[in-house]
Design a protein around this ligand. Sequence first.
Ligand SMILES: Cc1cc2nc3c(=O)[nH]c(=O)nc-3n(C[C@H](O)[C@H](O)[C@H](O)COP(=O)(O)O)c2cc1C
Length: 380
Amino acid sequence: MTYLPTVPRTTAGPLFADTGLKLGVFGLNVTSAGAVTASPERHEIDWDQNVRLVQLAEEAGFEAAIPFSRWRGFEGRTDPWGRSFDPYTWAAALAALTSRITLFATSHCLTVSPVMAAKQIATIDAISGGRVGLNVVAGWFAKELRMFGVEALDHEARYGYSEEWLQVVLRLWEGGEDFDFHGQWLTVENGVSRPGPVQRPHPPIMNAAFSARGHQLAARYADLSFVSALDAASAGRKVREIREVAAGFGREQSVWIAASVVCAETDREARALVERWSETDLDDVAVRNAIEWTMGGARMPQEQHRQLTKAVASTMAGYPLVGTPARIAEQLAELHAAGIDGVALTWMNYEAGIPRFIDEVLPILEREGVRRPVAAASAR
Ligand SMILES: Cc1cc2nc3c(=O)[nH]c(=O)nc-3n(C[C@H](O)[C@H](O)[C@H](O)COP(=O)(O)O)c2cc1C
């Protein structure tokens, strides 16, 4: 069975509105999400803080809040990513406490039944009045997946599984008669999920794969996909590539990038923060584990490993937005000009970083026409 979705036509969220470069708060629900460092200022989660910062971002016009789905951390002294809030219950509660922003929930396909996911997303869609999105993750963290007894699947098989998983979710959201699904991995008998989601034909689907196989899945099913790059020119090339693959399936999509903000009074001070978090404040065991478990670090040349250590410790290897507010705004403008539709932003310290971004970077983006001010955007 093949099911080819289209871009959602009805959504109450601002994800596809004509607001310019879209902004998402990314990873707020996980400790040390944006920088794997032992810095005493590293991000620590608490619920009231998560609510306050998502509401602040919403008020400033951010289009999305995107949680990580995480089940264990990178160990070492500080166990970065080791404490986290579950993305579904997180999104459901925030749905009731916000009114405009799109809230994503994230599913590791291997860890949750598609019947459960379809029902939960439809429920959060009802709570939010049509503002939920689903981030679909194939999984990469073997030690984490072993907690669920699903370690045996290799990369290719995980994406095969995820494809069937998505087909079941989409079929459930479509509604109509009960259906049977017999795939290689999944079997559903008399599948049904009522009520369907508020958004039609379905809530937006995000997939943030970077591999060729992952991009095939994203191009075919996702409304939001991601590229990874270290400069605007290569981001632009990758955007064109994934758009071409999507066009092959007769689809269009919004293409985002994950980026990390390191903001200071001067570019030199911002670079010094990167040095401090990745040298003086290094949690070497945690960073080594992060590189090994996410990117097979043991096989890397020493120099590449050194560079990655710095990147993971300071920006979690996201697109580095390092410098003054003006420099950060300039880099965001370059990414947007290269074809990037949105950025999923992380910080070493969200509590300080989000208000500073809103006060000092956002006005420049709005003045330069990279984004529309929120009042103008919501008046549309
Ligand atoms: C914006 C974004 C969100 C992601 N969210 C998660 C997540 O919540 N949990 C997770 O295990 N992986 C997450 N990932 C990882 C990707 O889903 C994907 O597994 C990873 O980029 C490796 O890509 P590949 O499977 O194509 O090799 C995320 C990546 C990005 C850029």
